[in-house]
Ligand binder design. Sequence first.
Ligand SMILES: Nc1nc2c(ncn2[C@@H]2O[C@H](COP(=O)(O)OP(=O)(O)OP(=O)(O)O)[C@@H](O)[C@H]2O)c(=O)[nH]1
Length: 610
Amino acid sequence: MPRKKPFSAKQKKRQLQDKRERKRGPLEAGRSESNSRSESRERGEENTDTSDSESIRPQVRRINQQPHIVRPGEKGYDPNRYRLHFDRDSKEEIERRKKIAQEKILEPVTEAELEVDIEKIYRPGSVLDFPKRPAWGYEMSKEAVLSQEEKAFREYLQKIYENHSPRELSYFDHNLETWRQLWRVLEMSDVILLITDIRHPVLHFSPALYDYVTKDLGRSLILVLNKTDLCPPSLVVAWKHYFQTKFPEVHVVCFTSYPRHPEDEQDPSSVFKKRRKRRRVWSSALGPNQLLRACEVITAGKVDLTSWRRKIERDSAALCNPANDRAESIVDSGDAVLSQQISEAELGTPSRELYKDGVLSIGCVGFPNVGKSSIINGLVGRKIVSVSRTPGHTKYFQTYFLTPTVRLCDCPGLIFPSLVDKQQQLLAGIYPIAQIQEPYTSVGYLSCRIAVPQLLKLSYPNGVKNGWTAWAICEAWADKRGYKTAKAARSDTYRAANSILRLAVDGRLCMCMRPPGYTQQKESWEQHPETLEIVAHIQAQGHPNDDLSSGGEEEEEEISSSGEETEERDHDADEEEDAEETPTPSHSKKAGKPKMSDSNPFALLGEDEC
Ligand SMILES: Nc1nc2c(ncn2[C@@H]2O[C@H](COP(=O)(O)OP(=O)(O)OP(=O)(O)O)[C@@H](O)[C@H]2O)c(=O)[nH]1
């Protein structure tokens, strides 16, 4: 018998990789075959001195694979087929950007460059559409429906790539399975909540989806400007007006799951503080009342929403009376939230009747990481959906009954194609940071827009005198945090870059985009009656941290070296878990004090909307 040839781990890895590539569809194979193998090598080169480069390489490859679609129960079924999937950059492109990051001295951009117009990035009416489900019916076989969808999806991608070069295109989702989730949510929802992050709302608002929902489906669309705690009230007001003017059929609601005081964002030391979210935080979300009001306007009495109103009143009473245990009050009041698995047959077609069985179905749709799951928790008043700072955490849609007449549906994050700068997308948190192929350009992009070296209190690293490059910022942050490579004990710039990007995505290094003309009219937005009213309201309610000891809603914690290390790992799913283990402090002392969470200051923005 011939002797077995030795087979190294590296060869085995290559063999598995080739096998996976063979399984991929022709479109994907054609596009990425040339650089797929070099990808891991290139990541290796990039991180030869990065201790965790080995573990990152397979992740980087994984995110770029088009999943091989096999049904549950069949051989080769891939439970991770809903993962985010984008086209990837070539090795040459990455090398080019890395060189620039090392050499180019960063210059701050003007304030006006932070302004973004949706027309420029989405080109409404162009091929930058989202894939729509081809017409189907129950008389068609499952195979026929699937193959028709696959064909339509291939054509959709082809059209985009025929009209735009990969360099000008944003990252967008190439995974048909994720779009299928959106189709299901659209088919079963009466109202669509399009959730956006207030720091980059135009990035997250697809005009194609707006048109499809309001015109083709004849449904209502509520735009949620979420995470309003991260941006000054004047900017929230300006964005609200921008969307209402451009998209007249949209209902705008402002929301935050973690209310905080505007003073906090001016405090540079807050960069070094980690906001730890505690169990009771969900009950203090700002916005449920306004969302209810928008739904009341939309349904115009066709659905009985009194159970939702009663729930909000009860939750608010429970919050004002901390002696009540929140969980008990929910169970006692019969508000246990039922999650529901929906079968294909139950979904119905887009033309299904509105408010079927007297139930209002609300579909929560949006980019990854905009806070869809957090909004669901905020509406329910407690954690029912897991939340993570890693985008793409929600993998498949799930429905929950908020009350017997209101059903919520959480959709996985979707990335619509656009022409927005990829760096802006990365800073908006669409891509798992641990899997970014080249993070330095994003650090440079951020540093041209906010004063990163000052905010992080960085000193020039050895040999740097003439100004900051993105690379030097990462080196200085690595030196400050003590990030060293395992092999050569050099400054671990790759890890430092990841750390800076995490701070940006979390909002501790906060970059906010602005609507066109905002800079010129900044003062008038700051003096806008709606802004002044909101500021006065917030100030009258006091600082939310005043009652931290009483409510246990959040706590700011200095980042320690080791603490950040835990955070650096990509396995940060379910960030609430830590907090759940932390005992909730007693809340007897300041129970009577008014809280910011008692009412939503953004409710002042409009009678029926914000
Ligand atoms: N500051 C702030 N952070 C928020 C708010 N809502 C959510 N977040 C944070 O944003 C991150 C993403 O929240 P999720 O609710 O998991 O977002 P998602 O849209 O469901 O994300 P996917 O599962 O990727 O689709 C988490 O780190 C949350 O803590 C908010 O109102 N304010």
